[in-house]
Design a protein around this ligand. Structure first.
Ligand SMILES: NC(=O)c1ccc[n+]([C@@H]2O[C@H](COP(=O)([O-])OP(=O)(O)OC[C@H]3O[C@@H](n4cnc5c(N)ncnc54)[C@H](O)[C@@H]3O)[C@@H](O)[C@H]2O)c1
Length: 262
């Protein structure tokens, strides 16, 4: 355990999209804080590889392979929490639809953007809440938005509107769930240097990380002049879940190297 943030050790967390990228960093961080973690991810291959590695380190991590848009899979994931683990009181919703289209987007593409990011978010949240007591649940949820939820970006209509919906979902569920002692917040990261972004910059733009970060239109657009590491997003998520954030709900925390400040 790192000593901070408080109030996480011994609890059970569910992390959707927890097998890779930012989700894997969240799983890693919550495990380091002494949480048991259920990873709900549709990728069996990545999920098994990641969970096997964490277990070899002695972490309590359970893999539920399933798609967040599949109500039965979501129910099964919560029903399959290992015996002896406390009921989940922490939830991190990261699974999303990565569809980058403008007005030309077809209905199928709109569904591919919205179904995981918004419908899946609602299914998982509903199932999580169903397992909590009616009052004094002492539970917390963090949803994944993005700087894209706050701004216009050319060719990003589908993604940005789905992420803007996450902000609305967060505020409305914060209001609905506050009387039960459940806090709901979101984070809005800028570009995070994960495997997908590394591949995109290398294969599409022909840039390595250092060159991309030095470019004004890439890393240079963040006040701090660089991209984030996944662990730099996992840390504020752990904070928002913890008792350090006990009076924070309905909020969105930019984790964007100052991008939204200017
Ligand atoms: N990478 C960035 O720069 C960045 C910036 C801001 C916000 N985000 C957001 O952070 C989150 C994670 O992004 P990432 O870049 O780490 O992604 P990633 O592709 O590295 O990992 C996403 C994980 O989610 C899983 N997943 C996807 N759809 C799913 C579904 N329907 N059901 C269950 N699991 C599903 C995938 O299998 C994968 O393991 C997303 O919500 C993304 O929009 C990312």
């Amino acid at each position: 355990m790192t000593g901070l943030p408080r109030g996480l050790a011994g609890r059970t967390a569910v992390v959707t999209g927890g097998a890779q990228g930012i989700g894997a960093a969240v799983t890693e961080r919550l495990g380091a804080e002494g949480c048991r973690v259920v990873v709900l991810d549709k990728s069996a291959d990545h999920g098994r590889a990641a969970v096997d590695a964490w277990r070899r380190q002695g972490r309590a991590v359970h893999l539920a392979v399933g798609d967040v848009t599949d109500q039965q899979a979501v129910q099964a994931a919560f029903a399959g929490v290992p015996a002896g683990w406390p009921r989940p009181t922490l939830l991190v919703n990261l699974a999303a639809g990565f569809v980058f289209k403008g007005l030309e987007a077809t209905p199928e593409e709109w569904h591919a953007a919205f179904d995981p990011t918004v419908i899946g978010l609602s299914l998982v949240t509903r199932q999580f809440v169903a397992g909590l007591p009616e009052r004094d649940a002492d539970a917390a949820i963090v949803n994944m938005a993005s700087i894209s939820a706050h701004i216009a970006q050319s060719g990003y209509l589908t993604y940005n509107t789905s992420k803007a919906a996450v902000l609305g979902f967060t505020r409305c569920t914060a209001q609905e769930l506050a009387p039960r002692g459940i806090r709901v917040n979101s984070v809005s990261p800028g570009t995070v240097w994960n495997a997908n972004n590394e591949r995109y910059h290398r294969e599409v733009l022909g840039l390595d990380r250092a060159t991309a970060e030095a470019a004004p239109e890439h890393g240079g657009k963040f006040l701090l002049g660089r991209f984030a590491d996944p662990a730099e997003v996992a840390a504020p998520i752990a904070f928002l879940l913890s008792s350090e954030a006990s009076f924070i709900t309905g909020a969105d925390l930019p984790v964007d190297g100052g991008y939204l400040a200017v």
